[in-house]
Design a binder for this molecule. Structure first.
Ligand SMILES: [Zn+2]
Length: 231
């Protein structure tokens, strides 16, 4: 095992983690579809999805443990003679087992995408029940509500309706995913920080890791579009 092959394995694991993250978003979105179709958050299908997302969290955690043990031990091995590499594999295995045994069920539940899954389902169910209650109110109120919500659908970067709305966890502002990632990348290329474009916001350093896809808002925008008959 050479350090080069270790590095390429690590980068494979990272892309594997990105896939798991995307898969978790898909599971969350399917859950929202169930809330929409069945109007309940406690169906057997929902239970199954919850098991699936916890399983993803477990996999993600395992990869973290593996990457951490490889990182730690390759850092050590750099300062040792090449023969030491032979022992590295065993040491990694030991360290990995040790780290993994420290992962609890509570850790799996704390995964940001597991938390988001539960939060999204709760929020979407509440929104759906409010919407059906709101239908009985006067038309005027409904018009105001629609206008207000539509302004929140607009990306401050593109000035058009968002397709994949991401929330900035630091300042709570929303942008379209593609636009904001493009801006961050662009600024990074010029060694500059990207300031939150929302008027009056004091966040001067927007990081990709601060952004979280908001599946509830995405679905709300899609539904709104469908209802108003826009393409
Ligand atoms: Zn902001």
């Amino acid at each position: 095992m050479s350090l080069g092959s270790v590095q390429s394995t690590l980068s494979n694991l990272k892309s594997c983690q990105a896939d798991i993250g995307e898969y978790m978003d898909i599971v969350s979105d399917v859950a929202l579809g169930i809330v929409e179709a069945q109007g309940t958050t406690t169906s057997p299908a929902m239970k199954k999805l919850e098991e699936m997302i916890l399983e993803c969290s477990r996999l993600d955690g395992e990869i973290n443990c593996l990457m951490e043990s490889v990182d730690e031990l390759t850092a050590q091995a750099r300062h040792e003679p090449p023969e030491a590499m032979a022992n590295l594999q065993n040491s990694v295995q030991e360290r990995f087992t040790e780290l993994l045994s420290g992962v609890s069920q509570a850790d799996l539940e704390r995964h940001s995408k597991v938390v988001a899954f539960r939060e999204n389902v709760r929020k979407y169910a509440m929104q759906a029940s409010q919407a059906s209650a709101g239908n009985e109110e006067e038309e005027l109120d409904e018009d105001i509500a629609v206008t207000q919500s539509q302004t929140n659908f607009i990306c401050p970067l593109t000035q058009v309706e968002m397709v994949n709305p991401v929330r900035n966890k630091k300042c709570n502002h929303y942008y379209d995913q593609e636009a904001v990632l493009g801006m961050i990348k662009n600024k990074q290329k010029n060694k500059k920080k990207f300031r939150c474009p929302k008027v009056g916001c004091g966040n001067t350093d927007v990081q990709q890791s601060d952004l979280e896809l908001d599946l509830v808002l995405k679905r709300t925008i899609q539904n709104n579009k469908r209802q108003s008959g826009k393409p």
